[in-house]
Ligand binder design. Structure first.
Ligand code: 7GP
Length: 842
């Protein structure tokens, strides 16, 4: 069969569809690592974990060699660097990506085979590095991949969280349970501790006015000090000798152990400093609903920003002494959302307080080298720190922010047009420090405004989102500085998200295009367009999808015991659970489908389009509504998957613990994916791009990057529905008069009436969208529901025509070239960073 042929061919030519050149076994090398790292000698008692370690340390040798060459080269050239400051890097696993990027898969596969193992089993030993929540963190990881890939001098800077994103489980009742992600316990072969690279980071205390050299200065006397300790994580490019870097900071106490306290019998006190330091980097995003949580989060942000900036300035000084005006020609920073924006104040503190530069000169340097990316329109994510918290934690930074703000307000007063009253209103609206709108007694620091004022460039992450950034979120600022604002449509790395995660499809693409050059030049995927209607090609394309569906079906069987028919449509929605992403609407659609199936005769059911629906994603621990949505998914799934009338035609699975590795298994198997956020709410989306690359059709709203994806794929090939961004404000105002669709009402009654059990628990969910009054159903589920069902009907119709479905699927992959993060990074490099690629010699 075609499937068997494809497997055989993938094995023969190697996963990236290129004949494997170096097939000499790496067995001797692996065995040497088995002895030196694992501490065993015989092959007989080697576990998969042992082999993973041996393989990882062997791969790491290759990475480090190239890392050193790359960095020696960049240092010799004195290249300008970009530093990507991000509180999150959602890296996933490293092994396969490193082995493939370095082109070492052939020799390792051979060695593993002789030991009775394959790469896939070994790879599963690795825990995901889940140092991120969702899209923003995974984008940072794709960006690092592309930076290395196009030889762009640059590093990521972040936090080496001891516990990353929580692990999600379902308890017996089908509710989300959060478990700690203990990912470092068994060691991390991919990092290199740089013992000599350590900086002091201070917190708290107070400032004091002193006269130094006849000048009055403000001196910070902190009351907590910790060390930031550097760990480097090499980032390999593909088909290039470049290996970039992600530098993550761990926190260490300045005094590791209080021996005197210990000797006096106070054991707790002897370890106190260590524990206080470790607490800073313990977990990603401590819940900030409590004041302690808020303080800790600000502490994390400042901790990694302060360490990273000191690190950059230290290297600069070693090369250029105090020629500070050169700094923006050697270093630029990209602030990934508001989390690192304390960098604006820290840059000023380092240049003014530590290096002694005049304020104006420091500001001119700092505002040339900082840039800010906004990733969301959700107001709750635009961070605002109470002045009280900021002044307590970072008293000197609070003073600096006030000075920046005074200068800014003065500037506005002398440059804004209009009457005094008009000016005053604008100034109030644009002040970096402003009143809390819910609590007039509290002053807040608006970190996004600080970033906009302190940055050279500000960008959104998809065309429509950048328009919203300019015309709504920061409109006042945009009117003053139109040239500061740009768009940089997101992208994803085609290595991890197509070539390595879907070797079956990659092989077919390479064979068809006659070369694997598309892996580094994704625009070449457009060459598939001319095969889209070729029947023979279509059948090979379908066979690959079936292969991946079979693999996913096996995984679901092992988790649930359920058999899944791989001839049913695989319909997937995976992303963080949020009301604006509208997983809720997806479930309502499934309920409607179930009700229709129940009414049908057996013959009618047989003529329907059977689906296996899958939903996955984590709900923030404090996000109650999102947790209820998860429970609704599991409750509906439990009912319909066990209903003998319908279970052959409709299933719903909640896939727990959605993460990078799970995405790598799901996306290649998906036939339909859902990106159904309310128009104007999803900044971009990036899984939409991954699904598109893997030939998965999209049902989606006219939102975020869906729009550009539709343009590249052909709008007629995408199932588009729903209200548009420009309509939502009006529609929200008209909620009270909205007449909901009878189908919608019926389903609301079903849930409220207990059709899926747990009716008390679901009540707030039902109430949130069904009592039509102003403020309710903020994300317009009711408005879009009928259009959503129509679009789903259209999906069924097209699925009944496998040739048309396959043609579209091919058109998706063919249209995905634009969404390579290589393209995105090139745009940042040219339009924002002004950095040129610089390839080291091999
Ligand atoms: C996400 C956006 O929700 C998503 O639309 C976008 O594709 C992604 O960033 C990358 O740009 N935002 C976050 O993940 C996030 O945490 C709050 O935003 C700061």
């Amino acid at each position: 069969s075609v499937i068997v042929q494809n497997i055989a061919e993938a094995e023969r030519v190697g996963k990236k569809g290129k004949p494997v050149k170096d097939t000499a076994s790496a067995l001797p090398e692996l065995m040497s690592k088995v002895r030196s790292v694992v501490g065993k000698s015989a092959t007989s008692d080697l576990t998969a974990r042992d082999l993973y370690n041996a393989l990882a340390y062997s791969t790491r040798d290759g990475l480090i060699e190239r890392f050193n060459k790359t960095h020696e080269h960049w240092a010799a050239k004195d290249s300008k660097f970009v530093y990507y400051l991000s509180a999150e890097f959602l890296m996933g696993r490293t092994l396969t990506n490193a082995v493939y990027n370095l082109g070492m898969e052939g020799k390792y596969a051979e060695a593993l085979r002789s030991l009775g193992y394959d790469m896939e089993t070994i790879q599963e030993q690795e825990r995901d590095a889940s140092l991120g929540n969702g899209g923003l963190g995974r984008l940072a990881a794709c960006f690092l991949d592309s930076m290395a890939n196009i030889d762009l001098p640059g590093w990521g800077y972040g936090i080496r969280y001891k516990y990353g994103m929580f692990k999600q489980a379902l308890d017996k009742g089908g509710y989300q349970k959060e478990l700690p992600d203990i990912w470092l316990t068994d060691g991390n072969p991919w990092e290199v501790k740089r013992s000599e690279i350590k900086y002091e980071v201070c917190f708290g205390g107070r400032t004091e006015k002193k006269t130094v050299n006849g000048k009055e200065v403000s001196v910070w006397e902190p009351n907590q000090r910790v060390y930031a300790q550097a760990y480097d994580n090499p980032i390999p490019g593909f088909q290039t000798p470049t290996v970039g870097n992600l530098r993550l900071w761990d926190a260490l106490p300045v005094t590791e152990f209080d021996l005197a306290a210990f000797n006096a019998g106070d054991y707790d006190k002897s370890m106190l400093e260590k524990e206080k330091a470790e607490c800073i980097v313990a977990v990603l995003y401590p819940n900030d609903a409590t004041p302690e949580g808020k303080e800790l989060r600000l502490k994390q942000q400042y901790f990694f920003v302060a360490a990273s900036m000191q690190d950059v300035l230290t290297r600069f000084k070693a090369k250029h002494g105090s020629k500070w005006d050169l700094l923006p020609t050697k270093a630029v920073f990209q602030m990934n959302d508001t989390h690192p924006t304390i960098a604006v104040a820290e840059a000023m503190r380092l240049l003014v307080d530590v290096e002694g530069l005049p304020w104006e000169q420091a500001w001119s340097i700092s505002s040339k080298m900082l840039n800010y990316t906004n990733h969301t329109v959700m107001p709750e994510a635009l961070e605002k720190w109470p002045v009280k918290v900021m002044a307590k934690m970072l008293p000197r930074h609070m003073e600096i922010i006030e000075i920046i703000n005074e200068g800014w307000i003065q500037w506005l007063q002398s440059n804004l047009p209009g009457t005094a009253a008009e000016k005053a209103a604008k100034v109030a609206a644009m002040s970096i420090v402003h009143e809390n709108q819910w609590n007039k007694d509290e002053l807040l620091v608006n970190m996004a405004y600080l970033a906009v004022v302190g940055s050279a460039h500000v960008n959104g992450v998809a065309a429509i989102h950048s328009d919203i950034v300019k015309n709504e979120i920061f409109n006042d600022f945009y009117k003053i500085f139109p040239n500061k604002f740009q768009n940089k449509t997101n992208g994803v790395t085609p290595r991890r998200w197509l070539a390595w995660c879907n070797p079956e499809l990659a092989t077919l693409i390479t064979k068809t295009l006659g070369s694997d050059a598309w892996i580094n030049n994704a625009e070449l995927l457009s060459g598939l367009r001319k095969f889209a209607s070729d029947k023979n090609f279509q059948s090979q394309w379908r066979a690959v999808k079936q292969q991946r569906k079979a693999k996913l079906a096996a995984m679901i069987k092992s988790q649930t015991g359920d058999d899944i028919d791989i001839n049913n449509m695989f319909d997937i929605q995976v992303k963080r659970i949020h009301e604006y992403k509208r997983q809720y609407m997806n479930v309502l659609g499934i309920i409607w489908r179930y009700k229709q199936l129940k009414k049908m005769t057996p013959a009618e059911r047989k003529a329907s389009v059977p689906r296996v629906c899958m939903i996955g994603g984590k709900a923030a621990s404090a996000y109650d509504m999102a947790k209820r949505i998860i429970r609704l998914v599991t409750a509906v799934g439990a009912k319909i998957n066990n209903d003998p009338d319908t279970k052959d035609y409709l299933r719903l699975y909640f896939l727990p613990d959605y993460n990078v590795s799970l995405a790598e298994a799901l996306i290649p198997a998906a036939e339909l994916s859902q990106h159904i956020s309310t128009g104007g709410t999803e900044a971009s989306g990036t899984s939409n791009m991954k699904f598109q690359m893997n030939g998965c059709l999209i049902i989606g709203t006219w939102d975020g990057a869906n729009i550009e994806i539709a343009e590249e794929t052909g709008v007629e090939n995408v199932f588009v529905f729903g209200v548009r961004a420009e309509e939502i404000n009006q529609l929200r105002k008209e909620r009270a008069n909205y007449k909901t669709d009878p189908r919608f009402n019926e389903i609301m009654n079903d849930i409220a009436g207990g059709m899926f059990g747990d009716k008390e628990y679901f009540k707030p969910l039902v109430d949130s969208i069904s009592n039509m009054k102003v403020g309710n159903d903020w994300f317009l589920v009711a408005n879009d529901f009928a259009a959503y069902l129509d679009a789903q009907e259209e999906v069924d119709k097209v699925y009944k025509d496998p040739e048309e479905w396959t043609r579209r699927s091919i058109m998706y992959t063919a249209g995905s070239g634009k969404f390579s993060s290589d393209r995105t990074i090139r745009e940042y490099a040219e339009d924002i960073w002004d950095i040129k690629p610089e390839r080291p010699l091999a």
